[in-house]
Design a protein around this ligand. Sequence first.
Ligand SMILES: Cc1cc2nc3c(=O)[nH]c(=O)nc-3n(C[C@H](O)[C@H](O)[C@H](O)COP(=O)(O)OP(=O)(O)OC[C@H]3O[C@@H](n4cnc5c(N)ncnc54)[C@H](O)[C@@H]3O)c2cc1C
Length: 388
Amino acid sequence: MAAIEAAAPHTEVQLFEKSNKLLSKVRISGGGRCNVLHHCPHSSELLKAYPRGGRSLKKAFGKFAYAEAREWFESRGLELKVESDGRVFPSSDDSASVIKILEREAHHRKVQIHLGMELRSIYPQDGAYRIEFRDGANLIFDKLILAFGGQPKLRGLQALSSLDIDFELPVPSLFTFNVKNPELHALKGLSVPNAEVQIPGTKARQSGPLLITHWGFSGPAVLKLSAWEARSLAALNYQFPILINWTGCSENEIRTTLQETFARHPQRSLGNAKCFNLATRLWQFLLQNAGIAIDKPCAELSKKSFNRLVEQLFRAPYAVEGKSTFKDEFVTAGGVKRSNLHLDRYEFKKYPGLYAIGEMIDVDAITGGYNFQHAWTSGFLAGQHARS
Ligand SMILES: Cc1cc2nc3c(=O)[nH]c(=O)nc-3n(C[C@H](O)[C@H](O)[C@H](O)COP(=O)(O)OP(=O)(O)OC[C@H]3O[C@@H](n4cnc5c(N)ncnc54)[C@H](O)[C@@H]3O)c2cc1C
């Protein structure tokens, strides 16, 4: 995106990629379908999806956000569709369609592409930038746009070490929670549409679909929590307690629903008296955790057991012991500090003509197409500014 936007009739643009393929991440993204954007016509709403970035992206999204990015792709022939949860994919359900558009446009704009060229160092030199490659080659450019992607370790940004730049320590974001509990693992594949996951003693809580896996918990509620708490959970070495509300209801609503259901079916066994549309296996698992026999009739439930069941439904405690990578999408929080940059054009404040875009800067989002949105936005703005 940046190379395409930087290209103009009398401007030579060269793109250096260390691997032997362009756009590898686009290819594997969204399970091979590429969740290219998130339907979000109001940029004030868009800002809310970026745990690192947020309001500091206001100017950038004021210039190039969802509508502009969508128009950019569609006007070049990419057909897009919006799914019910707002995620935008190519109508072909194939990331290759996105790659094709970008490669065709780069070709059309005469961007010179060099594969297998790893940039190792950058040196400011007489108002320009000398770059040194892994093979020892040196080149000088008037302007330089850096797009290294997310680097799990700061040494991935070593090429910038000769520059006076501040970094935020990288930590992973968008991960799932490991919970050692064989009975829970036996429920793998079950999900609830609207759970709330919270970290007790903090304000950290997220709601949404929750999925039980063979290692613990996944699904949007967990991924959102992992994104918003990426730093605090790294500091806890991914060992922390969580409380789960399986119902999406308040404690009072839970009590009322249970009382009404049990009063309507006094002779029914508790194991068959499930509420809140929970799967029977999950309901019975929660009864078991509350120490309640599933064959006991509803009418015989003691007050103490009733309260324990409410606890299981409203704030069931689990111990998270480690994290796993989410299979479809993961990103790095941290990298080049946003304060280094003019965020309306992604140019370094101390180095005119030098830009950093995409995931290598301390901007990342929850899942849903927002990470690519920022990649397109920052690439577009840096490219356009570099061309001017
Ligand atoms: C499996 C997976 C699926 C994802 N799916 C989605 C999705 O569906 N929707 C979404 O919004 N986000 C998704 N993401 C996140 C998204 O892919 C990234 O946020 C986005 O690709 C960042 O773009 P970027 O250009 O900053 O970095 P990248 O796409 O990572 O590109 C950086 C490029 O720079 C090259 N490079 C690095 N260092 C050097 C160097 N020193 N010299 C030369 N070249 C170098 C790399 O080889 C790479 O090609 C996914 C991430 C993963 C891992």
